[in-house]
Design a protein around this ligand. Structure first.
Ligand SMILES: [Zn+2]
Length: 148
């Protein structure tokens, strides 16, 4: 993978995860669900870790969650990230599936830069809502505070 210095890294979908990105491109957050036992799972994989079924579907979730944890990356950073530091990387616990945590960034709006939220405002447990940012031809899930 090659990137220009001003470009952020993009997800590289694999066969199991491709539907996640296809739904994201439509503005939908979906996670894989086992059609045998009904459990939601992430990251996507062929086989259910609970009942070993290979049957699955992609189920929409509310897009709401809470900040489970976060970090503020420090140098050395790739040039495109250094230009936006200090920014955050958060782990979001999904409201519909608290055992699923998605990594992302907290931003002030879908198209705002990675440093658009003051790090002092980050709180574990804060309620967030997914938004989708178009970047490099992909729709990438990011998060905004429910109460800005
Ligand atoms: Zn199952």
């Amino acid at each position: 993978m090659t990137t220009a210095p001003d470009e952020l890294l993009l997800p590289v979908p694999d066969e199991d995860g491709a539907p996640f990105w296809e739904y994201a491109a439509q503005g939908e957050l979906r996670v894989q669900a086992c059609t045998a036992c009904g459990r939601l799972r992430f990251p996507p994989r062929p086989c259910c870790p609970h009942c070993q079924s290979f049957d699955s579907e992609w189920r929409p979730v509310s897009g709401r969650g809470r900040i489970w944890s976060y970090v503020l990356p420090h140098p050395p950073l790739l040039p495109a990230y250094a230009a936006q530091a200090p920014y955050n990387v958060i782990l979001v616990e999904l409201a519909d599936a608290p055992h699923i945590r998605l990594a992302g960034n907290l931003v002030s709006s879908a198209d705002a830069p990675l440093d658009s939220v003051d790090p002092a405002r980050l709180r574990i447990g804060a309620r967030v809502q997914v938004v989708f940012t178009e970047t490099g031809g992909m729709a990438v899930p990011r998060w905004i505070l429910e109460k800005p």
